[in-house]
Write a protein that binds this ligand. Structure first.
Ligand code: BT5
Length: 324
């Protein structure tokens, strides 16, 4: 733990108290002068810290930024978020996480940023990631599964995100198979899972999720929305609180998935789906396009489409348009 994290910990564990410079520096094993430098560093990051002669320091406010110590603080997870890297602006959090994973970063490592300048969607598409208003998060996973089981990770993340959004905001988010988070028929979030694998072994997966939280519609592509745009309140949502809710939900769902496979989350996924029962068009990356009724998400997470001629086809990935 960094010294500044330890200082924040001390403050937060007894929020209303003043902590004397003597007490803090003794418990950290540093000089009063060194403590002063750490306090200044925290202030520069945006923490409001009061200093009163003879009383000591008190934390008055934390910045509205997705900072690692805020995300990690007493986070109730077994695997996710034990290591968190937070950045101001990056190209893509997925690219950073991929590199860290190649260098051996442990499972559950999180990369997060205030802004992405080259946010990625699937198949070379881009993810619009305006500054200080959304969540742009990547997570390194090292599941012992076969490469063809990896698409299920996107579904595990989608279930976790929808649960977190619902619990956190009361907004009835839904999942458009396989990777869209939908609110009021508009896209409010997306998931991109990237993979490094051999024929029969997954080295690691990078699970990337983007959620439009306080983002204005005018800063988003057509057809997109954000939690704030769909909520009745004019107040901003705390992105840190939503990130924490997502990580705690994902930690639980991912553990279930690792233990029992996709069947552990299948019924929940189906209950949150806005795809099932609808007449859809699906386009795959190899140019195949079909229309039909989405009737099921099968035991492997594949979407089952009943074509007009009555035959059924399975899809493990693709872009779905809801027609009626
Ligand atoms: C996705 O792709 O939905 C996956 C998005 C994953 C983003 C996260 S953010 C953290 C991590 N780091 C990254 O670089 N990426 C991940 P796809 O299904 O291909 O959808 C992309 C399409 O969604 C675009 O072509 C736009 O039409 C639309 N889009 C782009 N930005 C959007 C936004 N902010 N909100 C809603 N729709 C958006």
């Amino acid at each position: 733990m960094e010294k500044t994290d330890k200082i924040l910990d001390l403050f937060k564990n007894d929020k209303d108290a003043y902590h004397s410079g003597e007490e803090i520096s003794a418990s950290l094993g540093i000089s009063r002068q060194a403590l002063w430098k750490h306090i200044e560093k925290l202030r520069e990051t945006g923490y409001a810290i009061e200093a009163v002669p003879h009383l000591g320091y008190k934390l008055l406010g934390v910045p509205d930024r997705v900072l690692a110590p805020e995300i990690k603080w007493h986070l109730n997870t077994k695997t996710l978020g034990k290591t968190v890297y937070s950045y101001e602006a990056v190209g893509s959090t997925n690219n950073i996480a991929y590199k860290l994973a190649e260098e051996g970063a442990r499972e559950g490592t999180i990369v997060i940023a205030e802004e992405q300048t080259k946010g990625k969607g699937r198949l070379g598409r881009s993810w619009i990631s305006p500054d200080a208003s959304g969540i742009y998060l990547s997570c390194i996973l090292r599941p012992e599964i076969l490469p063809n089981e990896v698409p299920a990770i996107t579904l595990v993340a989608a279930v976790s995100a929808v649960k977190a959004i619902r619990e956190f905001s009361g907004i009835k988010a839904l999942i458009k198979w396989p990777n869209d988070i939908i609110i009021a028929d508009r896209k409010a979030g997306g998931i991109l899972t990237e993979l490094k694998a051999e024929m029969d072994r997954v080295n690691f997966a990078v699970l990337g999720i983007g959620i439009n939280v306080n983002t204005k519609k005018s800063n988003l592509p057509k057809g997109a929305t954000s939690l704030k745009e769909e909520s009745k309140s004019s107040r901003d949502f705390s992105r840190v609180d939503l990130i924490r809710a997502f990580l705690e939900a994902m930690d639980r769902e991912y553990l279930k998935f690792k233990k029992s496979g996709f069947s552990a989350i299948r019924s929940e996924l189906k209950s949150y789906s806005c795809t099932l029962g609808r007449y859809v068009k699906i386009a795959t990356s190899n140019g195949k396009k079909v229309q039909g009724k989405a009737t099921d998400i099968n035991k492997s997470g594949a979407l089952v489409i009943k074509l007009d001629n009555g035959t059924k086809q399975l899809f493990l990935s693709g872009d779905v348009t809801l027609l009626r």
